[in-house]
Design a protein around this ligand. Structure first.
Ligand SMILES: Cc1ncc(COP(=O)(O)O)c(C=O)c1O
Length: 462
């Protein structure tokens, strides 16, 4: 048997062979990489046996903790039958059962499930379905082929998804590859693009959206939105009623509403899906991340009967949806997703999450007093803490201050793993986190922000 590589060897191989996502590798090569070996509940354990609280739910995927016995069992049980078979020309039991289950828990009216592999592909599927749907409803044929989206939106890294994104830092370079879209201002209350204040603004940021829809609806196949919270934008939360108003406008102007629930789905906001807070049914809904409880890459795009039926017809009308991936409907992923949904029932996950949201909100209060905490945004168990150089003027830290990165490094020493979004510190614990662990997470975060922002202040004075 091959000898287990030493830690030094692993680090050397990591630096030599691995290219990490969203990472400046020159910086990475200077740092000691964290190599995770095991997990247990909300903890990640590295090769040296050091334990860290998983403050990002392993980038927003984990729900019930690591090594949950029911999820481990589901994977092993399915492995005893088969790991993978295709949905092209065949079906499989876990994929069938999961599709049925998803339509049961999804916003009412979403009746069909198309599988893919990750959040980006679920979004690609939604965009393509929307365009093809309009083509096949002949009176709008060929016209409705672009999308409305919010600035700062993040819907994934494949080219179609990037076309409807709006984060300059990530996407500007790829502009030559992207299809044209229409952008609207996001409801970013802390830095309101209209310089207004909620609630006296009466959500005036929706007016320009209505104007776009009224003028350009003939070109618009859909409006894609992250419901309730633009996560990767820096956890920009929407006020109550915002999404419902967007739904009404999309219906009025015959533009499909595409809800990207990749980050918000599966209990993160306190309900199974964020749309359910507003009683909204989108026309298409993209899900992934928490779908398998953070165990396997699996995604799905859900849609209505109306859209599904527009794709039916004799073969030679060529209305089929010509899209699919090798691992579409992977039985291992679907089996663990079924077990994941079962845990919501057996452990009463959503009811528990709701009480944790209240505790988290209370625990975060002391952070408001810190000198460099500009804004704290909370939606369910999704938290964004925007750090600013000057709280009065809201002057942001410049990118080279690397403030988020440095706070994360201090938190790691304290035993908490987080990953910032620029100057926004993100906390996104697994839903199964206990109240004590939640308090510990926030405590470490408080210390890390206080220490690092003070150090930055002192360095600046020097
Ligand atoms: C809202 C949203 N949509 C899509 C994606 C892309 O998902 P994936 O990274 O699985 O492709 C993400 C990822 O963070 C996301 O937050």
């Amino acid at each position: 048997m091959a000898r287990k590589p030493s830690l030094r060897q692993l680090i050397e191989w990591d630096h030599r062979f691995l290219w990490h996502p969203f990472t400046q590798m020159q910086e990475w090569e200077q740092e000691e990489p964290l190599i995770i070996e095991r997990g247990s509940g909300p903890y990640l354990i590295d090769t040296e046996g050091r334990k860290y609280l998983d403050g990002t739910s392993s980038v927003w995927v984990n729900l019930h903790g690591h090594r949950h016995p029911a999820l481990d069992r589901a994977v092993k049980k399915q492995l005893g039958k088969i790991a993978h078979s295709t949905l092209l020309g065949a079906s499989n039991q876990p994929a069938i059962e999961l599709a049925r289950e998803l339509t049961r828990i999804a916003p009412k009216g979403l009746a069909h499930v198309f599988y893919s592999d990750d959040g980006s592909t679920a979004v690609e599927v939604a965009l393509k379905m929307a365009v093809q749907y309009w083509q096949q409803r002949h009176h709008e044929a060929g016209l409705k082929n672009t999308f409305l989206h919010l600035k700062l939106a993040y819907h994934g890294d494949t080219i179609g998804a990037v076309s409807v994104c709006g984060i300059e830092l990530f996407h500007a370079r790829f502009k030559p590859l992207l299809f044209p879209t229409i952008e609207a201002e996001p409801p970013y209350c802390y830095r309101c693009p209209l310089k207004l204040t909620y609630p006296s603004c009466h959500m005036a940021c929706i007016d320009p959206i209505e104007e776009i829809l009224s003028i350009r609806h003939r070109e618009l196949a859909g409006f894609i939105i992250e419901p309730l919270i633009q996560a990767a934008a820096g956890m920009i939360t929407q006020q109550a009623g915002y999404l419902r108003r967007i739904r009404e406008l999309c219906t009025k102007y015959k533009v499909l509403l595409i809800a990207d629930e990749v980050a918000t789905g599966f209990g993160r906001t306190g309900k199974m899906f964020a749309c359910q807070h507003e009683g909204v049914t989108p026309d298409l809904m993209a899900i992934s991340k928490g779908l398998t409880g953070g165990y396997m890459p699996l995604a799905a795009t859900l849609t209505t009967d109306e859209i599904y039926r527009a794709f039916l017809g004799p073969y030679d009308e060529f209305k089929s949806f010509f899209h699919g991936h090798s691992y579409t409907g992977n039985p291992l992923g679907c089996a663990v997703a079924l077990a994941n949904l079962n845990i919501f029932r057996t452990e009463g996950t959503l009811a528990r999450v709701r009480s944790k949201i209240k505790s988290l909100s209370r625990l975060l209060q002391p952070l408001c007093a810190l000198h460099h905490v500009g804004d704290i945004r909370l939606q369910g168990l999704m938290v964004g803490i925007e750090l600013v150089r000057d709280k009065t003027t809201k002057e942001p830290y410049p990118p080279n201050a690397r403030i988020g990165h440095r706070v994360a490094a201090v938190a790691r020493k304290g035993g908490l793993l987080i990953r910032p979004l620029g100057n926004v510190i993100v906390l996104l614990p697994p839903l199964s986190i206990s109240e004590d662990e939640l308090a510990r997470m926030v405590g470490i975060l408080y210390e890390a922000i206080a220490t690092q922002t003070k150090k930055e202040e002192q360095d600046k004075k020097r």
